[in-house]
Design a protein around this ligand. Structure first.
Ligand code: B12
Ligand code: SF4
Length: 556
């Protein structure tokens, strides 16, 4: 069936099939075999083409934690390449390899990672044919551009390909501005990058590759080829973690949730795509390009965890899913299977607070999660004003469900971290007060209140642009959640920043006061404590530890 589908009309197909939210939640995604469609003609024999992947340096604000972890996007791409015989691969994680090489950028931001010349000398030794640069955040893209230019300068025969959310959303502007970039592969590139490398291997025209974006000099225009719809994760091979230096990440010990009990951690993702449409989020419209929630079957998710435990001796798993609990049956099955590994598991990227809708089933799911080793989960409320949440943000979440989920998770023995955002365009004092009061009413075990960031490719970004609401110093390569990015409506940027900082302190102090036992959760590996964490900048360490922190530096 799948092979007969015209992929250009896949959205019509989904409409025709009348796939509904309830279907997604039950996992009835009617997955299409994109893999068969795109890769069936590639032989699996060993290829000659040499490929380097690069995670560029990261720019962050001085008050943010400097976090790095094995890059999952690259691991997925390299896994497929490996399956199809591309064995000559190198991964340079500049941000991790140069973790302690920190530069003060004089505008309140820092950059960390290898010096560009060190990356170039690694490349010069390996001599790749293709270099794939993965910029996960917009705040990495300035570094990605600078490095790419240098690579093309020093190694002009290398084919330079960019990918990731930022490049996919901004491909037109990026290609117009940077003639040294050969291609951007837009969207999920698990299969398209293998296709691309295979076209190179066969010396065929790279312009033919699906999802390829390039600058057509002759006609002075940017071309974007048709992008395949979201793939079925069950058809992906295991991520190519074998190409990564796990010990390096473990020694740094600063992944998404840096509060670990063991150093042997790994981050995984067990689904892609989210059926929601929060107007600030760039993940849903990236991974949801066909509107589908695409979970890994519990067996496959179990295989991934088993591999991580058996091959690397992993003791902690952090699940990076956008919507892990959308299908509770899947979660329960998964939990039953992985229980035997006695892992510690956290969900730093949050779950939806209202799934499953039935409260008994939700409690049952949390209980299975607790038994399987889930110690803490995140919930994203975003706002405490229901009307603002419904009419402006478009989150489709009843705030009572936050209260319910905190209560049910506690009943099951799981701690909860709750996320809020502040600083939306046109947000007024009365809206903020509702967030403050709602947050204060919650029994959450920790909180973060982030400043809203207009991420490229989102509806929020368009609104901010249309209304000229970017802060005067706004810079896409500096987008983070702990600076004021959007001109506030009825409060000065300075006061907004100070309000958010105070709120983070107050809420986390409140949580600790309500439950002094929580401090044990923040005891870290090797008997170190919270004061031993690595933050962006030494001078700020005291500030952060003394509870002035906010956004991503709050324990979660
Ligand atoms: C884990 C994570 C982190 C981790 C980083 C992990 C790491 N280094 O791997 C940490 C905690 C550090 C982090 C921090 C931040 N994050 Co974050 N994070 C994520 C999260 C939850 C998962 C990322 C992931 O592993 N995805 C899974 C893989 C499979 O997807 P992928 O990397 O995109 O790869 C696919 C494609 O992009 C493409 N691709 C990727 N690389 C390449 C390379 C080539 C050559 C090609 C062709 C294609 C390609 O193919 C891949 C497979 O399909 C995403 C949300 C999400 N669902 O993705 C947000 C997300 C990436 N984060 C986001 C943001 C904004 C941030 C922060 C700026 C927030 C903040 N606190 O200020 C900070 C950045 C901090 C800084 N500047 O210092 C945004 C980025 C949007 C943007 N335009 O910037 C996202 C999308 C969340 C969102 N809802 O919008 N984050
Ligand atoms: S913020 Fe979360 S729920 Fe909202 S669209 Fe993004 S991934 Fe989905």
């Amino acid at each position: 069936m799948a092979q007969n589908i015209n992929y250009k009309t896949v959205s019509n197909y989904i409409m025709e099939k009348n796939l509904k939210l309830e279907d997604f939640m039950e996992g009835k995604t009617d997955a299409l075999s994109i893999k068969q469609k795109y890769l069936e003609n590639i032989p699996k024999e060993e290829k000659k083409t040499k490929i380097t992947f690069i995670t560029p340096n990261v720019i962050g604000s001085k008050t943010q934690a400097r976090r790095v972890q094995p890059p999952l996007g690259i691991a997925c791409l390299a896994g497929v390449l490996d399956e199809y015989g591309f064995k000559n691969m190198q991964i340079i994680d500049s941000s991790a390899e140069g973790y302690n090489n920190i530069k003060d950028l004089d505008d309140g931001f820092i950059e960390f990672g290898l010096d560009d010349e060190d990356v170039i000398s690694k490349l010069a030794k390996f001599k790749p044919d293709i270099v794939g640069i993965s910029a996960l955040f917009s705040s990495q893209f300035g570094c990605a551009e600078r490095l790419g230019k240098e690579i093309k300068n020093k190694l002009p025969n290398t084919i330079l390909v960019y990918g990731g959310i930022h490049a996919s959303k901004e491909y037109r502007e990026i290609l117009k501005k940077n003639d040294f970039i050969d291609y951007i592969l837009s969207g999920e590139a698990d299969y398209t990058f293998t296709l691309f490398c295979n076209l190179y291997e066969k010396k065929e025209n790279l312009n033919k590759c699906p999802a390829a974006c390039y600058y057509d000099k002759k006609n002075d225009r940017v071309v974007k080829n048709h992008e395949p719809p979201g793939l079925d994760m069950n058809e992906l091979p295991l991520p190519a973690w074998h190409l990564m230096d796990m010990e390096m990440y473990w020694d740094i010990g600063m992944p998404h949730n840096p509060f670990m009990k063991s150093k042997e951690f790994l981050t995984i993702m067990t689904e892609r795509g989210c059926p929601e449409k929060c107007y600030f989020c760039s993940s849903a419209n990236f991974f949801g390009n066909s509107g589908r929630f695409r979970p890994l079957d519990p067996e496959k998710a179990y295989d991934m965890v088993k591999y991580a435990v058996e091959k690397y001796g992993v003791k902690e798993i952090q699940i990076e899913d956008d919507t892990f609990t959308l299908n509770s049956k899947r979660v329960v099955e998964f939990c039953k299977k992985i229980k035997k590994f006695d892992l510690r598991i956290t969900l730093p990227n949050s779950i939806r607070a209202d799934a499953p809708k039935n409260l008994e089933r939700r409690l049952e799911m949390f209980k299975y999660m607790a038994e399987a080793g889930f110690e803490k989960l995140g919930i994203s409320a975003e706002h405490g004003d229901q009307e603002f949440l419904d009419k402006v943000i478009g989150k489709r979440l009843d705030l009572n469900e936050i209260v319910n989920s905190i209560d049910l998770a506690h009943q099951a023995g799981i701690m909860v971290h709750t996320n809020f955002m502040m600083g939306f365009p046109f947000e007024k004092k009365e809206n903020r007060e509702k967030t403050i009061n709602f947050a204060r009413s919650l029994k959450s075990d920790s909180f973060s209140v982030s400043l809203v960031a207009p991420l490229p490719g989102t509806k929020l970004y368009e609104i901010v642009k249309k209304n000229n609401l970017f802060m005067p110093n706004f810079n896409v390569s500096r987008i983070v959640y702990d600076v004021v990015n959007i001109i506030p409506d009825d409060i000065s940027p300075k006061d907004l920043l100070s309000l958010v900082k105070k709120l983070n302190s107050e809420l986390n102090a409140m949580a600790l006061k309500n439950n002094p036992e929580l401090i044990k959760h923040y005891e870290l590996i090797k008997n170190k404590n919270i004061k031993d964490r690595k933050y962006q900048f030494k001078e700020n360490k005291k500030l952060i530890v003394s509870n002035q922190s906010h956004g991503s530096v709050v324990p979660n």
